[in-house]
Design a protein around this ligand. Structure first.
Ligand code: HEM
Ligand code: HEM
Length: 412
């Protein structure tokens, strides 16, 4: 508790650390990461809470996220360089001002922060790579990662981890900055000064009183708990998504054994493909036509069963599929032959609108098994979807519907 505990003269500035001082490189790394991290946190929150109720607002939100992701990777690179540098340098011991408990807490927070410098950007990156659509990283190296599948459960899990890891980061920073200020204002020691540019009076060696093992173990325990909490948060989101009512099976002459009902939208001029997990089809089909008609088809789709990359929530919102008000869509119509295959000239009932829709498809029947694939185009404006997205800059007008199914002839 003295104003000048180490009256040795100031040493010339070094690039590297000594047992008592941070060198210029470590200081530069520290304040550069501090600047980046303290920019990234508000940027992430701003992007997350930015509205997307108009085309203009969505475009700004996408830019905020792209900036967040790109700057986040810059932060990641700087953080890795910083950690490499710290590993090959002597680590200045804490000044012997605080109690053992305080030193233990300070060191635990330091290791928690080192962990955050890796884990926070890494989980954000994996979340991004597992999602499809929305806000690219502004770089030419691709948007995916090897070994990371593009899958909604993986994306949800890593969104949960990114969120909880950020909470650990913020809590650690509150303790870290509070501790630095306490040393400066109350203890009046050189803790803050030795991290600031320039020299301060310090000996070249300090009585080392800390062991690194216990704080490292404590920091690992903190991160272990954060992993459990993050996965809990991520999977809770996944369970809410899975708890949708299932459609009841319908009687059908041809019973669908296996199939996909996919849609592709253009989001910021990038295709985003998703699927309805739950739909039923009642199909009547005879190889021989009666009055030019081979049969008819009636498809019912559970709208909330859609997953559409990173934009599922937006797609199900009231201004698009309005899943809360219109839980199902139906498509039905007669099947006719064309020169190249077949076509259903039917009607699509969706979001309270009834619009004619033509679905050409190819059909191969072998014995009692039929395989059909077809593609239809919908214009979202016909269904008054996304009325505030007046142009195609953020959300394209055309939605492509791809159907592929295998059905078997039922015994009756
Ligand atoms: C205004 C914000 C900040 C202040 C005032 C501050 C202050 C300090 C000070 C004074 C030290 C030296 C501690 C000592 O002498 O033992 C330090 C070390 C450290 N700081 Fe910060 N810091 C800030 C932001 C951050 C941020 C954002 C991070 C990273 C997420 C960070 C990570 C670290 C780490 C890991 C160490 C330990 C370095 C080592 O001993 O290996 N700091 N900080
Ligand atoms: C040190 C770097 C980073 C910090 C401090 C940071 C911080 C944040 C914060 C505070 C949020 C809002 C809270 C949340 O929902 O999690 C957020 C969200 C997000 N961040 Fe980061 N982030 C970093 C790096 C990255 C990187 C590198 C990426 C992707 C390449 C990324 C992608 C995202 C995404 C996609 C979200 C939205 C999460 C969601 O939809 O739930 N972040 N970030």
């Amino acid at each position: 508790m003295t104003d000048q505990p180490y009256p040795t003269p100031a040493a010339p500035a070094h690039l590297g650390n000594t047992e008592a001082r941070f060198g210029a490189v470590a200081k530069t790394f520290h304040w550069l990461t501090a600047l980046l991290i303290l920019t990234m946190i508000p940027l992430g929150i701003l992007a997350q809470y930015w509205p997307y109720d108009t085309s203009e607002a969505l475009a700004v939100k996408a830019d905020l996220f792209s900036l967040h992701k790109t700057l986040g990777l810059v932060t990641f690179a700087v953080a890795l360089a910083r950690i490499l540098w710290a590993l090959i340098q002597p680590r200045p011991a804490l000044l012997p001002t605080g109690s053992r408990v305080q030193s233990f807490a300070a060191e635990t927070v330091h290791f928690a922060l080192y962990g955050a410098l890796v884990l926070v950007p890494l989980t954000g990156w994996i979340h991004h790579a597992a999602s499809t659509g929305f806000a690219p990283i502004w770089w030419p190296f691709g948007q995916t990662l090897p070994f990371v599948p593009q899958s909604q459960p993986v994306a949800d899990a890593f969104a949960g981890l990114h969120l909880v890891f950020n909470i650990v980061l913020v809590l650690s920073l509150v303790a870290h900055i509070g501790g630095a200020l306490k040393h400066h204002v109350i203890d009046r020691d050189a803790t803050l000064k030795r991290m600031l540019p320039g020299n301060c009076a310090l000996p070249d060696e300090l009585p080392s009183k800390q062991t690194h093992a216990a704080p490292i173990v404590a920091a690992i325990a903190v991160w272990g708990m954060a992993v459990a909490a993050g996965l809990g948060v991520g999977l809770a989101g996944e369970r809410t998504r899975a708890a949708e009512p299932a459609l009841e099976a319908v009687p059908s002459q041809w019973v669908v054994q296996d199939g996909t009902l996919a849609i592709t939208v253009q989001q910021l001029n990038q295709p985003v493909t998703g699927r309805f997990a739950d739909w039923t089809a009642a199909i009547d089909f005879e190889e021989r036509a009666t009055d030019g008609v081979h049969g008819d088809v009636s498809v019912t789709v559970a709208i909330p069963s859609l997953s559409l990359g990173g934009v599922t929530t937006q797609a199900l919102a009231p201004d698009f599929l309005n899943a809360d008000a219109f839980a199902t869509a139906t498509f039905s119509g007669p099947i006719r032959a064309t020169e190249t295959g077949y076509v259903v000239d039917g009607t699509l009932d969706m979001v309270g609108q009834s619009v004619p829709l033509r679905l050409p498809f190819d059909l191969v029947i072998v014995g009692d098994t039929a395989t059909a694939t077809g593609t239809a185009m919908i214009d979202r404006r016909d269904f008054a979807m996304g009325p505030t997205y007046r142009d195609e800059a953020t959300v394209g007008f055309t939605v492509t519907v791809d159907v592929a199914l295998t059905a078997t002839r039922s015994a009756e």
